[in-house]
Ligand binder design. Structure first.
Ligand SMILES: [Zn+2]
Length: 400
């Protein structure tokens, strides 16, 4: 295998999470036990320092029919609103005919905010049902994968190109980056939002490692990729979403000077050795300690006869459940709001998904897989907390 960013063959295994099913593949009863497993391993490139998966599940398997809806949580919708407002205020507030393209536009949550600010919007979303939802909600959406070829078919440029998370799922990485360069006006701003690997490591949020996430960036490693395609970061900040995400602002190389806050984050990566293999290896060791601690906690609860349900059925929860080996013996079910997962089973561990409003009674303990919405979950479940239901967060960042 060659490095996905710089083509180097100088790669080394950093984190091995074993064979895992594709984490978004929630199963119908007839599919249970028949799901395929794929290697889930993070390798480190000694040349460009980018952490990445060494195995690719084909994108047609992962993205044509996924059921993740970005509009389902209020905190995420609010974050998208804030990003749109900031981009508009700083760069294009008084620009006539301003336009935005969102790559991996999901149900149109991000674009609705831009539309409200007067932008001509276009979404690109490969999942058929989700693209149809966005279209029905008044967000023009192309149902396709994003790459250079799609951009030349569109034949237009945009003031803003946005990519939240999805940019890092892209199998056709270099074609997508070229497509972004081609679609971005000379004065355009590419807003790239991604999980910050430095924070994933600090937070022990290893469940963010799954097959959709082919690459795990820091500021210094994504800059390598951007530079290769004539683009450059000029500003970035850390947002609390998903336990720590970067909102990065990118322009054509040489178009914008670097801000002081980007320089400061950049320096912090050096100070904390965020781009060193030793940091990744230490992370792998901490994940194994966490596994031992969590299994001890769940077995103790079980031995005391306490009932434990999973809270949420997020895709990332399956990385944790499968790596820790948490099956129906330790967790009775996963409680979820997204009705598309109703009646399904989690891949690998085969935990039944139950709708929140169907529960006869709450458990003694909620084991919270959707930990990145901690504040929202605790606020929404105050009555349960008052009745003594415990909420256990296996991943628990200090600022979440
Ligand atoms: Zn590399």
């Amino acid at each position: 295998m060659n490095c996905r960013v710089c083509d180097s063959t100088h790669l080394e295994l950093a984190i091995d999470l074993g064979a895992q099913p594709w984490c978004n593949n929630f199963l119908k009863p007839s599919e249970v036990g028949r799901e395929p497993f794929y290697p889930l391993r993070v390798v480190f490139c000694h040349d460009c320092h980018t952490a990445q998966l060494d195995y690719t599940v084909p994108k047609e398997v992962m993205f044509s029919d996924h059921t993740y809806l970005s509009g389902t949580t209020r905190s995420l919708a609010a974050h998208f609103g804030a990003v749109a407002a900031e981009v508009d205020q700083r760069f294009f507030h008084d620009t006539p005919g301003k336009s935005v393209m969102d790559i991996g536009s999901n149900d149109g949550t991000q674009l609705k905010h831009f539309k409200a600010l007067g932008y001509d919007v276009l979404g690109i979303e490969p999942a058929r049902r989700i693209a149809a939802l966005a279209q029905a909600a008044g967000v023009p959406t192309v149902n396709d994968f994003f790459n250079e070829e799609l951009v030349s078919r569109l034949g237009r440029q945009f003031h803003v190109v946005n990519a939240a998370g999805v940019f890092f799922h892209l199998e056709e990485l270099h074609s997508a980056a070229e497509g972004i360069r081609a679609a971005l006006r000379d004065d355009g701003v590419f807003v790239v939002q991604f999980l910050y690997m430095k924070r994933i490591i600090e937070n022990l949020a290893f469940d963010q490692i799954y097959h959709e996430h082919l690459l795990y960036y820091t500021l210094q490693t994504i800059e390598r990729l951007l530079n290769r395609h004539g683009l450059a970061l000029f500003d970035a900040y850390l947002a609390p979403i998903h336990g720590g995400s970067i909102v990065g602002f990118v322009a054509h190389q040489g178009a914008q000077p670097r801000t002081a806050r980007l320089q400061a984050l950049w320096q912090q990566e050096d100070d904390d050795r965020a781009n060193d293999l030793s940091t990744y290896k230490a992370f792998a060791g901490r994940i194994d300690q966490m596994k031992a601690d969590n299994l001890a906690y769940l077995r103790e609860a079980k031995s005391q006869g306490r009932r434990v349900f999973g809270f949420g059925a997020p895709a990332k929860g399956n990385t944790l459940l499968n790596y820790f080996g948490i099956g129906p013996d330790l967790l009775e079910c996963l409680v979820e709001k997204n009705a598309w997962r109703k009646g399904l089973y989690s891949p690998g561990m085969h935990l039944p998904v139950v709708m929140e409003d169907e529960l006869a009674a709450p458990p003694d303990i909620y084991y919270v897989l959707a930990w990145n919405f901690k504040k929202e979950i605790l606020a929404n479940n105050r009555p349960l907390l008052e009745r003594g239901v415990e909420f256990y967060f296996p991943v628990n960042p200090p600022d979440s």
